[in-house]
Design a protein around this ligand. Structure first.
Ligand code: PBG
Length: 330
């Protein structure tokens, strides 16, 4: 055989770690990671979350137990979810001045000023029925919900949130929040929209963690149908028009085509949320000895960035930061 005409040999650029690193197309840094975490009512609580092996729920006074390891890992961005003791029809603890997220924000802002505090804005953890808005009969009433979503966002910002992230999927929520924040002088606070959020079974472990599963029906009347692709662009375009600053796609792993579409079609930063079910599956497979946890998490994370995301929300944020330090990804 004569190989003299074979001028192209892709293996030349794979010869050792230095050259592989030099030609790498996707680079990842700690500054693009966001760590989602759960804070609950009560005192002196630091409890493991059974559905999310390795994650903790904490009360406000024990927030340091969760935040300090995050800081030590080099991750600076966190997303707060609140779990109230009291739930009612109107989700009143979502926008209460002394609600759990509002207290957590005041505590964290003062104690850990180096953190960037993002809040999930939604009603499902606060309503007795577990839906993401106010009910009229058995329907989630879009326009009745909007003022409460806006009020929740404002109360978070007043308590110290650096950015708000609405995840309720009501129509018009970005505009409602933007107007409420602007009216109160918070013109500089960004909104990261869960712009493209599918109705997904991958949220199962989160709903156990937050006690936010709907008590009847499902979320298909407001979250997106997973068969749809063009609709993602429509949702994203609406949110851009309404004033969103960052567009999020959620979940991540089964929706990388959507991440790519959104990244290609808009000029805003794109975030992807690797959700609870993605985390739980990898954990379970790793625990069972079936996969190499670090290798799989790094590969999956790189996939999200390669698909076009610039920001990744992941329960593995601290570990990813460590694996970056160890040169396993980056
Ligand atoms: C609140 C919300 C959910 C998640 C983020 N914000 C749950 C849901 O929509 O049912 C899911 C996050 C995860 O699964 O990790 N609406």
């Amino acid at each position: 055989m004569d190989f003299s005409q074979m001028l192209e040999r892709p293996r030349r650029l794979r010869g050792n770690p230095l050259i592989r690193s030099m030609v790498r197309e996707t680079r990842i840094s700690k500054s693009s990671l966001i760590y989602p975490m759960f804070v609950r009512d009560g005192q002196n609580i630091l409890e493991p979350i059974p559905s999310l092996d390795g994650q903790m729920r904490c009360s406000v006074d024990r927030l340091g137990d969760v935040l300090e390891p995050v800081l030590e890992s080099g991750v600076r961005n966190v997303m707060l979810f609140g779990i109230p003791d009291h739930k009612d029809e109107a989700g009143s603890q979502a926008y209460a001045e002394d609600g759990v997220v509002q207290r957590a924000l005041r505590f964290a802002k003062e104690r850990y000023p180096e953190l960037y505090l993002i809040t999930d804005v939604c009603m499902c953890e606060y309503t007795s029925h577990g839906h993401c808005g106010i009910l009229s009969g058995c329907e989630v009433d879009n326009d009745k919900t909007l003022p409460l979503i806006a009020k929740t966002a404002l109360s978070h910002v007043q308590a110290g949130a650096d950015m708000v992230a609405p995840s309720d999927m009501m129509d018009g929520r970005i505009l409602a929040i933007r107007q409420e924040l602007d009216k109160n002088g918070y013109v500089s606070t960004p909104i990261m929209s869960y712009a493209v959020k599918y109705s997904s079974a991958f949220y199962g472990p989160f709903r156990d963690a937050a006690g936010s599963a709907p008590s009847f029906g499902d979320r298909k009347g407001y979250q997106m149908d997973f068969h749809n692709r063009k609709e993602a662009l429509k949702e994203a375009a609406l949110d851009v028009k309404e004033g969103a600053d960052i567009l999020m796609v959620k979940p991540a792993m089964s929706y990388l085509d959507i991440v790519r579409d959104v990244a290609d079609n808009f000029n805003l930063p794109v975030a992807a949320y690797s959700v609870s079910g993605e985390y739980a599956m990898i954990k379970a497979a790793a625990r069972a000895g079936l996969i190499d946890e670090a290798a799989v998490v790094c590969e999956a994370a790189a996939g999200v960035f390669r698909a076009g995301a610039g920001i990744l929300l992941t329960y593995y944020a601290k570990e990813l930061a460590r694996w970056m330090d160890e040169g396993r990804i980056g």
